[in-house]
Design a protein around this ligand. Structure first.
Ligand SMILES: [Cu+2]
Length: 150
């Protein structure tokens, strides 16, 4: 009896411990960037500071990788992140990134094209709202839909 109880207590303890452990696990993101890109490093640091576990992979094939991820040339950001089955291209603000990860929309990812001043990892002052586009929702010829403006 006593043994059974302590076993139950142990099992219960494990059941409680497991979710805590899962919460502690930082979301993992892999960022592909050209070896020379400095603002990409800044963005990686920005995500690290925001609790992400970042792996940076230098590559000379960023445009091709981004295309493979479903992002057409004119909507590509300066680096490509892969997280939890989603593509995250460019200097996407963390609020929008976290929203996608929790909502899990049926798209391939999100992208902030170009390198807007004042976005995370970029220098300068923000001069206009950032428009983050969906990846993989626009169909073959259609322009991608807007995921967030902030
Ligand atoms: Cu950049």
């Amino acid at each position: 009896m006593c043994k059974l109880l302590s076993f139950a207590a142990l099992a219960l303890g494990l059941a409680f411990a497991a979710p805590a452990l899962a919460q502690d696990a930082a979301p993992k993101i892999t960022i592909f960037k050209s070896p020379q890109c400095g603002c990409c490093e800044n963005y990686a640091d920005f995500l690290t500071k925001n609790g992400f576990k970042v792996t940076v992979k230098p590559t000379h094939d960023l445009a091709a990788l981004s295309r493979m991820a479903g992002i057409t040339e004119e909507f590509q950001g300066c680096h490509l992140g892969m997280i939890d089955g989603y593509a995250v291209s460019g200097h996407v603000p963390v609020k929008t990134l976290k929203r996608m990860l929790s909502e899990r929309p049926p798209i391939k990812g999100i992208t902030l094209p170009g390198m807007p001043m004042g976005s995370p990892g970029m220098s300068g002052e923000k001069t206009e709202p950032f428009t983050v586009y969906e990846v993989g929702s626009g169909g073959k010829s259609g322009a991608p839909k807007v995921y967030a403006v902030e």
